[in-house]
Design a protein. Structure first.
Length: 369
């Protein structure tokens, strides 16, 4: 059985706890162990999760999807399309239309009436459905991994204090083995809990900027049929604009990431790690994005922070499991800026994932060494 000393648990993740005497009752209140007041569970919850000893000895890049597994993943994205359309993307369009107004001679400043806005949304919705459906059918390609399953499974093992070492497997881990099957099922769990956020954020980052012209054309058609001095004024205004709408893109995801950062800090204040989702600038499909474990953070109080993560895509060397990402939320015109080792992609969004623990099969419980 692994042991975790109070000193290791508090340093360096919670150095503030060494500044004064702290009772177990205070720690239990802060870290809120589940269903138990045991000291062992408290120490596990306090952490740290040490990637060199607690992470798997294989990475997620070597898994091979079967056709059945691909279909299970696609189904989760298909079921989410209606949710996403009812969330921010179409609401962004509606809000932009509500903000639009023109000066009409003899009448004054006039906004768009609801029937025009509804007509535009009605034209844009099937376009957006078509784009998202096409992305989902094209989404699984060679080289993709079980990242969400890796992050969820590793934290499952950690919270149970189950030993993780080479006896569980090294690269390549068979996809059809007991552990490979469990990791895939946890991948499905991670999607059930978070696929809506991934698809919504992907749409805001990559799809909405391309939808701006569609909205403009739909609005021109709607005001053209409106007629009268107001319709004529809107038509003249739209005819002089190259880009009326500036929808989505990195700036939109920057705001969302800013809102998520306090949630990530709060989660890491109360447990050893948390699962987070990353959105990449160069993603072609939602499956290009990533899920991993965040382990600790330093907030600089000036719009920048450092987040230490375990990246499950590249773990051949246990000493290099942890990576530090420098997050800069201050570039309002350019979006989120992230620097750090081990990531070739440009990260544009980060959010706290929903996670629910599960117990792996008993056959995966290793005897301690």
């Amino acid at each position: 059985m692994r042991t975790r000393s109070m000193k290791d648990a508090m340093t360096p993740r919670h150095p503030e706890l060494t500044a004064r005497p702290v009772s177990c009752r205070d720690l239990l209140a802060q870290f809120q162990p589940v269903l138990s007041d045991s000291l062992k569970e408290l120490l596990i919850k306090m952490g740290p999760f040490v990637a060199s000893t607690d992470a798997f000895r294989f990475d997620n890049n070597h898994f091979i999807f079967t056709d059945e597994q691909v279909e299970q993943i696609r189904q989760r994205y298909r079921l989410t399309i209606d949710f996403v359309l009812g969330a921010s993307p179409l609401q962004f369009v509606r809000d932009a239309l509500h903000r639009l107004s023109v000066d009409v001679p003899g009448i004054g400043n006039v906004g768009l009436p609801d029937f025009i806005i509804d007509a535009v949304i009605g034209d844009v919705r099937p376009e957006l459905i078509g784009l998202l459906t096409g992305l989902i059918f094209d989404m699984i390609r060679p080289g993709f991994g079980f990242c969400g399953g890796m992050a969820f499974s590793a934290y499952d093992f950690y919270l149970l204090d189950w030993t993780v070492d080479e006896r569980l497997g090294t690269n390549p881990l068979p996809s059809d083995g007991v552990l490979g099957g469990y990791i895939f099922n946890r991948l499905l769990d991670s999607l059930d809990l978070n696929v809506g956020t991934f698809l919504e954020w992907f749409t805001n980052l990559h799809v909405m900027p391309n939808l701006s012209d569609v909205v403009n054309v739909a609005l021109l058609a709607a005001v053209g049929s409106w007629g009268g001095p107001i319709g004529t004024a809107f038509g003249a205004f739209l005819g002089t604009q190259v880009h009326v709408f500036d929808l989505g893109g990195p700036k939109a995801l920057l705001k969302s990431s800013k809102d998520e950062w306090p949630r990530i800090m709060s989660k890491l204040d109360g447990q050893a790690a948390c699962t987070v989702g990353l959105l990449f600038h160069g993603s072609d499909v939602p499956w290009d994005d990533h899920q991993l474990l965040a382990l600790s953070y330093v907030d600089n109080g000036n719009g920048t922070a450092t987040l230490t993560v375990w990246d499950n895509r590249d773990t051949p060397n246990p000493t290099a499991f942890s990576r530090d990402l420098t997050l800069d939320f201050t570039h309002d015109d350019d979006g989120l800026q992230v620097q750090g080792t081990g990531f070739e992609e440009t990260i544009r969004g980060i959010f706290l994932e929903e996670y629910s623990p599960r117990q792996p099969p008993d056959s995966l419980r290793l005897p301690p060494v």
